[in-house]
Design a protein around this ligand. Structure first.
Ligand SMILES: C[S@@+](CC[C@H](N)C(=O)[O-])C[C@H]1O[C@@H](n2cnc3c(N)ncnc32)[C@H](O)[C@@H]1O
Length: 246
């Protein structure tokens, strides 16, 4: 594997976290989020589809849940990229079984260094990515580089509910419920990810508060940045358009 493909220490950790998850990924993502994940994804897809894009990039596509929903909602040619080979393999199988296989292409790539020319895409989506990169500001800049001026970018990430009662429930669930239900429904690999997730979300926003993300998006040439908390803030959808040269 080349140094560029191997990536950073964090990329290697991420692959080790995700490589055993694919067999039941979509079902468990749905169950462990009490179905909220689908609502959040749908909000991202709607935002991307608004501009009737012809070429869409879905970064950190995993097994292709968002990628396929984008194909349902648009007539675009779609490229999905992800770091983890096993996630992409399941993605390929899912795409092949769908009616959209002719216009979806999946390949391995790191969000930090995308193998696309400037302004290649009319729209870009990414979900659950920024907790797995060392430098979210540099990564959003790299994504924005691949977006054409006027194009839409939309993202999904877990959030931390601010309202005290919702925060208490969220905290108990992410620290106790997720590892426990993860183990019961998915075995040791899901226990590991269940234990990892809550602290990962908390630490991410301690290091990169939402205001810092918004500032990074703006610095990357993205304008009209909107932040949409969903499910009491447990899900967070950000979107923006790329500024046109004046
Ligand atoms: C929680 S999964 C989400 C998958 C998919 N977006 C979804 O919503 O079902 C996170 C994905 O991000 C991928 N990922 C993490 N870091 C990445 C990076 N630096 N570049 C590309 N993909 C990355 C992982 O391999 C994993 O498939």
């Amino acid at each position: 594997m080349s140094a560029q493909r191997a990536g950073t220490e964090l990329n290697r950790f991420t692959r080790s976290l995700f490589h055993a998850l694919p067999p039941r990924y979509d079902t468990l993502a749905y169950l462990l989020s009490f179905g909220q994940d689908r609502r959040w994804r749908a909000a991202v897809v709607r935002r991307v589809a608004e501009g009737a894009p012809k070429r869409v990039l879905d970064v950190a596509c995993g097994p292709g849940g968002v990628t396929l929903a984008l194909a349902d909602a648009t007539a675009a040619d779609i490229v999905g990229v992800d770091l983890t080979e096993e996630m992409l393999r399941l993605g390929l199988a899912n795409v092949e079984q769908s009616k959209h296989s002719g216009r979806i292409r999946l390949s391995i790539a790191r969000a930090e260094q995308l193998p696309f020319a400037d302004a290649t895409f009319d729209a870009i989506s990414f979900s659950y990515l920024m907790r797995y990169v060392d430098d979210p500001a540099a990564t959003i800049k790299e994504l924005a580089r691949c977006l054409r001026p006027g194009g839409v970018i939309a993202s999904l990430e877990f959030g931390v509910p601010a309202w005290t009662p919702a925060h208490a429930v969220w905290f108990a669930y992410t620290r106790v419920g997720l590892p426990l239900f993860g183990f019961l429904l998915g075995g040791p690999a899901w226990y590991r990810v269940g234990r990892f997730l809550g602290p990962s979300i908390t630490n991410h926003y301690a290091r990169h508060p939402i205001a810092a993300h918004v500032a990074a998006w703006r610095a990357a040439g993205l304008q009209s940045v909107t932040v949409r908390p969903m499910s009491f803030g447990g899900g967070l959808v950000l979107s923006a358009t790329k500024s046109k040269p004046t």
